[in-house]
Design a binder for this molecule. Sequence first.
Ligand SMILES: [Zn+2]
Length: 82
Amino acid sequence: MELYTRCVVCNKLDEDGGHLFCKCKYVKHLWQELNLEHVKLQLDERTSAKDMLQMIWELEEMECILMVTLADVALVVGKEPN
Ligand SMILES: [Zn+2]
């Protein structure tokens, strides 16, 4: 099975969900605009997707809503183009 590994936002090769959610240079602007850079710094310290999700669920309600929305946008944008 061949995987599509090009970032659909910045077009960089060999990237994964971590790139699209946290590391992509365009997504970093979203973190800034949502005033959630402090959350991103905490997520960067997590070592697994499970730890990241657990941290997100423990955030304040509005931060949690923004994080889930950002993750949803990343997933929608990250789907392979037709
Ligand atoms: Zn990217």
